[in-house]
Design a protein around this ligand. Structure first.
Ligand code: IMP
Length: 192
């Protein structure tokens, strides 16, 4: 079975083009895992994935992790079905694990304004972990308004909407094997 990786894709009436190839993502994810294996050697971190977006990134990342580790998930909602952040974060699911005195690696698909990451770090800190580090596959530095420490970043990208590899647009497009970016020229001409 081949992976689903078209050159362009139409999602909810907007056109997206390939921005990060499957190979680029694969190489970078393996690099990040190598760094984590080194930095957490001798420890047993718990990876906390942020649902839904981080499920593909975390599952690929974990398959390169060679140190003892555990996994849990939490779920937030901030975007609804829109392409811009609502500016509000809602808790949809908390973690099940007890993270007191544990080394936590909080894994996100993307940091845009930074609101969600900041909210989650502050929330998890209240559970008294030994440490918290943040891991994000993508970061939009120009859009980030909240002061949040990003410890492991896969790619820094422009402030344009992206899709695929777990990231959605109104819940669609998570199944794409590459990361796509809004093709502004194409989308505009679609509407005229
Ligand atoms: P923030 O709170 O503004 O940093 O937004 C973080 C969340 O918004 C991410 O976990 C994603 O779910 C979503 N998000 C931000 N930018 C994008 C994007 O370009 N495509 C898809 N989802 C995004």
């Amino acid at each position: 079975m081949s992976l689903y990786k078209p050159q362009t894709v139409n999602c909810n009436g907007e056109t997206f083009k390939v921005y990060l190839s499957e190979e680029k993502i694969r190489t970078r994810v393996a690099d990040l895992a190598k760094q984590l294996n080194r930095d957490y050697s001798g420890k047993k971190p718990i990876f906390i994935g942020v649902l839904n977006g981080a499920f593909i990134f975390l599952s690929d990342l974990l398959r390169h992790i060679s140190i003892p580790s555990e996994v849990d998930f939490l779920k937030l909602s901030s975007y609804g079905d829109e392409k811009v952040s609502s500016g509000e974060v809602r808790d949809l699911k908390d973690i099940d694990a007890n993270i007191e005195d544990r080394h936590v690696l909080l894994v996100e698909d993307i940091v845009d304004t930074g609101l969600s990451m900041k909210y989650m770090v502050e929330k998890l800190e209240q559970k008294n972990p030994a440490s918290i580090a943040t891991v994000t596959l993508l970061h939009k530095p120009e859009a980030t308004r909240h002061d949040v420490p990003l410890d492991y970043v896969g790619f820094r990208i422009p402030s344009l909407f992206v899709l695929g590899y777990g990231l959605d647009y109104a819940q669609e497009g998570r199944n794409l094997a590459q990361i796509y970016i809004l093709d502004e020229g194409e989308s505009r001409s679609d509407h005229t």
